[in-house]
Ligand binder design. Structure first.
Ligand code: SF4
Length: 555
């Protein structure tokens, strides 16, 4: 793969909504709500639900929560009802929400930039142990998700989280979600710029801002100063990628309009250079374009990518500069593309001579006690900082060189590998049927079983570039299946014996930042190719062995 600038072509067709009628663009059509979600957002500020949770629902319990809050506004504070155990995936589409949902919640802790102190990590561990049956998952958006949370416990959970500077504010809902940030911000020797000040400015000025709390849909952000392009920037609504301008120094290349789900589209460069001190204002301009011009009639056309597909980058940039910023942005270059995006696993020297060490759980599944142990082990070696990655992994920063080997050994004993096998390293999996109401199949266990089998059976093929395996429990793309070498989309399939069984639709050849068969692009659905959930490892082994036998040199 060449190390030249690129804008990957968004190959999937993303069609804007039909013209000639109101599509719910506030600045064009007015604020009339055109669907049920728009109605509940217009009726009452979703952020205001917090007061009702604290005053009423936490005291009177689950049954006191009306539907619009339960399945709508609670998300603005990171709360989703979780799936009732034991309902098989074949019934997901046929049951009403109240039949699918349990009386417990998933709680998403928002961790902008994935940056945690060990004190914060220990607090999350305590919340997990005391209120979430010890559950904890590292997500591929640098959040931590807990399960089995009761509404009665939410105020105490907030009290503990907020006492250490954490929150669940706008962790879900039609809002600016967590800001992905380079996991090695401020420490990597080869970073171009530390994006932390931009993340902190956006966080302090705009997260929880009521004027941005009713967007057409979610709005995802990413920023990196690292040349390995480590924040999956192409699939965010807005992304800032560090670049060196020949005349203006180091700043950011601006991307907009990326998103996956059922109509995936990679983001596009606006060709504009953003000076670091302007980045938060530019972010604010883009999010307000989305608020004011985003299509709100149909939820499945409401992401920013549909507006970009309609307008094109030239018009988008003009509107940004003229209507929202009041100044023109200079043109700027694209960032060079690395051979693979950074995952930061293993041992790396920091700019201050200490080490950061990246560790891998299996597909992000950890636990409260394990997170507490991570905090203890890090502190015992003088580290007080941890970072989460967009690949369901975690880093311990600031490890003195002579303590690195000891930390690696101790972390391995609690199931966190600094040098994981090739399949574990590149695998992620979404929540799946264990807790997700939209899921059709199980994911975490399926992926973990497949990884163990593949690492045993395919050890002889380690010479191949490690391949990524992403496992989704439904047609949504929380685990980014279109950007994996092998992406699996959960569905019910008909097995060889003619029975309905959990399985996956296969996508092949995706990748980001120059990786993958597509050279940094969306994978293709292999028409008709489906695999049973209990044959994932066998299927992947067949694909890899065939690839090994047939691929051309350099492919
Ligand atoms: Fe749930 Fe589907 Fe997202 Fe997986 S991809 S977490 S099953 S919505």
């Amino acid at each position: 793969m060449s190390a030249t600038a690129h804008t990957p072509s968004p190959r999937a067709a993303v069609r804007p909504p039909r013209a000639g009628r109101s599509n719910g663009q506030w600045k064009v059509d007015g604020p009339e709500p055109l669907n049920a979600n728009e109605v509940f957002k217009a009726e009452s500020d979703p952020l205001a639900v917090r007061e009702r949770i604290e005053r009423v629902y936490a005291r009177e319990g689950f049954d006191s929560i009306p539907s619009d809050d339960l399945r709508g506004r609670l998300r603005w504070w990171g709360l989703y009802t979780q799936r009732k155990p034991g309902i098989d995936g074949g019934r997901t589409a046929t049951l009403e929400p109240h039949e699918l949902e349990d009386r417990y919640f998933m709680l998403r802790v928002r961790i902008d930039g994935g940056a945690l102190t060990t004190r914060q990590l220990r607090t999350i561990a305590g919340v997990s142990e005391d209120f979430a049956r010890g559950t904890a998952d590292l997500t591929d958006r640098q959040n931590i998700q807990l399960h089995w949370v009761r509404v009665e416990d939410v105020p105490e959970i907030w009290r503990r989280l907020e006492a250490v500077g954490l929150s669940t504010t706008e962790a879900c809902g039609d809002v600016p979600r967590v800001i992905l940030g380079s996991p090695v911000a401020g420490v990597a020797r080869d970073e171009l710029i530390d994006p932390t000040p931009v993340i902190e400015e956006i966080q302090s000025r705009f997260v929880g801002d009521p004027s941005l709390a009713n967007l057409p849909r979610k709005f995802k952000s990413a920023i990196t100063g690292h040349p390995s392009l480590d924040v999956v920037h192409e699939i965010n609504d807005i992304a800032f990628v560090a670049v060196r301008h020949p005349d203006l120094g180091v700043g950011y290349d601006l991307w907009v309009g990326g998103a996956l789900s059922t109509a995936p589209r990679l983001g596009e460069r606006l060709g504009a250079f953003v000076a670091p001190e302007r980045a938060a204002d530019v972010w604010h301009g883009v999010v307000r374009i989305f608020r004011d011009y985003g299509y709100r009639r149909l939820r499945n056309k409401a992401r920013l990518k549909f507006l970009l597909a309609d307008w094109g980058v030239e018009r988008f940039r003009t509107v940004l500069e003229q209507e929202y910023l009041g100044y023109a942005l200079p043109d700027g270059p694209a960032a060079p593309v690395p051979p693979t995006p950074g995952d930061h696993l293993g041992v790396h020297r920091q700019k201050d001579g200490q080490y950061y060490i990246g560790f891998s759980p299996v597909v992000g599944r950890v636990s409260g006690p394990q997170l507490r142990q991570v905090a203890d082990l890090a502190e015992a070696r003088g580290s007080h900082r941890v970072r989460l990655t967009p690949h369901q992994k975690l880093l311990v920063l600031d490890v003195p060189p002579r303590r690195a080997r000891g930390l690696i050994t101790a972390m391995a004993k609690i199931g966190l590998a600094a040098e994981p096998g090739a399949w574990q390293r590149r695998a992620i999996a979404c929540t799946g049927i264990e807790y997700c109401k939209l899921a059709i199949v199980e994911t975490k266990r399926t992926a973990a079983t497949a990884i163990a089998t593949l690492e045993e059976r395919l050890g002889d093929l380690d010479r191949l570039t490690p391949l990524s395996l992403h496992v989704n429990g439904c047609p949504n793309s929380c685990a980014r299946i279109q950007t994996a070498d092998i992406g699996l989309k959960g569905q019910i399939i008909t097995d060889d014996a003619g029975r309905q069984a959990p399985g996956f639709q296969v996508h092949l050849g995706g990748g980001l930042a120059g990786e993958g068969t597509a050279g940094g692009g969306l994978g293709r659905t292999v028409r008709g190719l489906k695999v049973a959930a209990d044959d994932v490892a066998g299927y992947v082994e067949r694909v890899v062995r065939r690839f090994d036998a047939d691929h051309a040199d350099g492919e």
